[in-house]
Design a binder for this molecule. Structure first.
Ligand SMILES: NC(=O)c1ccc[n+]([C@@H]2O[C@H](COP(=O)([O-])OP(=O)(O)OC[C@H]3O[C@@H](n4cnc5c(N)ncnc54)[C@H](OP(=O)(O)O)[C@@H]3O)[C@@H](O)[C@H]2O)c1
Length: 208
């Protein structure tokens, strides 16, 4: 199954994964607040990868990778409007020094984990948490590793999200291991048990 994937935030994580997705034959559009700077990345990705504004990438993708500073979700959601029925893959992590106190206050007040907070800004979307717990250089080096595939923990708000992330992970040479729904994702947040782990499927299943 090939997808149209909009990358929102095309730095270390978005750039790396966008290149992998293009190599796997998915249609990719990279975006950021400065899309003109992303032309060399799209060229490097090849396979017809395009560049656009955040709004254009959100329109383009059936699947959107969220890979910008965590605290920018309210701003991004305000720009892109309704994303109901799209699959959103949240790779973002909350870092107080970078993202400020406001997201933490809202998460605490509403009793939300990080990706539940993200999901609260995109009603009706199929939301997935994935790629947040792996250093981008590991994602770069270990993709398409048929002999020793790296396991990637993910969680999905529903069946549609789960199917897409499993297919996508497989297409770029990783094995997805489900943590359950978004309420089960504390374990993969910063400084928790799975954060930055590089393990096989068997090892990961033994940890959860
Ligand atoms: N680095 C890692 O290894 C790693 C691993 C797992 C998860 N993460 C998480 O993934 C996210 C991205 O990290 P990164 O290391 O890839 O960051 P990065 O290299 O700094 O890239 C961030 C990207 O987001 C764009 N951006 C910034 N503000 C934006 C906004 N308001 N709207 C739209 N795009 C915006 C930036 O471009 P412009 O400034 O031009 O808009 C840039 O393309 C973070 O939440 C991080 O915690 C990182």
């Amino acid at each position: 199954m090939k997808y149209k994937i909009g990358i929102i935030g095309s730095g270390n994580i978005g750039g790396t994964l966008g290149k992998h997705f293009a190599k796997a034959g998915h249609a990719v559009m990279f975006s950021s607040r400065h899309p003109e700077e992303l032309e060399p990345l799209a060229e490097q990705a090849g396979n017809g990868a395009q560049v656009g504004t955040v709004e254009e990438a959100a329109q383009f993708g059936d699947v959107l990778l969220l890979a910008y500073p965590f605290g920018k979700t309210p701003e991004v959601a305000g720009k892109v409007g309704n994303l109901a029925d799209k699959v959103l893959i949240d790779a973002n992590n909350y870092y107080p020094g970078r993202d400020g106190a406001a997201p933490k206050e809202e998460m605490e007040k509403k009793g939300l984990l990080e990706t539940e907070w993200t999901a609260s800004y995109f009603p009706g979307a199929h939301v997935v948490k994935a790629f947040n717990s792996i250093f981008y250089k590991t994602l770069e080096a270990r993709a398409f590793d048929k002999a020793n595939p790296l396991a990637i923990p993910f969680a999905a708000s529903d069946k549609d999200g789960r199917e897409v992330i499993e297919n996508l992970l497989h297409s770029i040479g990783f094995v997805g291991v489900s943590l359950g729904d978004l309420s089960q994702t504390k374990i993969s947040q910063p400084d928790e048990k799975l954060y930055t782990l590089q393990v096989s499927e068997k090892e990961l299943r033994n940890l959860i």
